[in-house]
Design a protein around this ligand. Structure first.
Ligand code: IMP
Ligand code: MG
Length: 185
């Protein structure tokens, strides 16, 4: 789905698919360099469901061997704010012992879910853990989450597309766009 298909539901496109893909190609080149000498294939860990599109495009832009796994977590919170209390709905299939792990995220906002995830995965004995996030909101800058690769810093607005949803809709939008307030009401 393209923004043009749902123009009346969007306020503005903030990232085109070309911009997303070009940035992913740059990040993939950094990853190729940073993990060139890794002993085992780099393990990309995606958080369902938002990271699915980032994972699919990043993994294909990377030239070194990678393994892919997914986790599903639910964070208890009121409405749109996450609380940092997290429950695992689907755990990883792959053992992290001695692995280089790169968590692949769609967007970093409060960073609470991610801080919890890093602590949880660190306890499994990986060789290294780093984070790649496609987007970062201003609040995330305050959080102590070590983020090695950042796609774009975006304004503090609710966005959809490229995996991000509003009530499960718009994940298949190719661009990242600000949702029109008329959609909420
Ligand atoms: P936090 O960093 O723990 O606050 O939560 C980040 C998660 O909240 C992301 O993985 C998204 O699922 C969701 N999220 C944060 N901002 C947005 C947004 O603008 N649109 C859609 N989902 C968002
Ligand atoms: Mg997410």
């Amino acid at each position: 789905m393209d923004a043009a298909n749902i123009e009346n539901q969007l306020t503005k496109v903030i990232l085109t698919n070309d911009e997303l893909q070009n940035r992913l190609a740059q990040i993939a080149a950094e990853i190729d360099r940073d993990y060139a000498d890794a002993e085992h294939p780099l393990l990309l860990v995606g958080v369902l469901k938002g990271a699915v599109m980032v994972m699919a495009d990043l993994a294909r832009a990377i030239s070194i061997p990678v393994h892919i796994d997914f986790m599903a977590v639910s964070s208890y919170g009121s409405g749109t704010k996450s609380s940092g209390v997290v429950r695992i709905l689907k755990d990883l299939d792959i053992d992290l012992k001695d692995r280089d792990v790169l968590i692949v995220e769609d967007i970093l906002d409060s960073g609470l879910t991610l801080s919890w995830l890093i602590r949880n995965l660190k306890s499994r004995g990986p060789k290294s853990i780093e984070v790649m996030t496609m987007m970062r909101k201003p609040d995330a800058v305050k959080v102590e989450v070590p983020t090695k690769y950042i796609g774009f810093d975006i304004p503090n607005e609710f966005v959809v597309g490229f995996g991000l949803d509003y009530a499960e809709q718009y994940r298949n939008l190719r661009e990242v766009a600000v949702l029109s307030p008329t959609v909420y009401s």
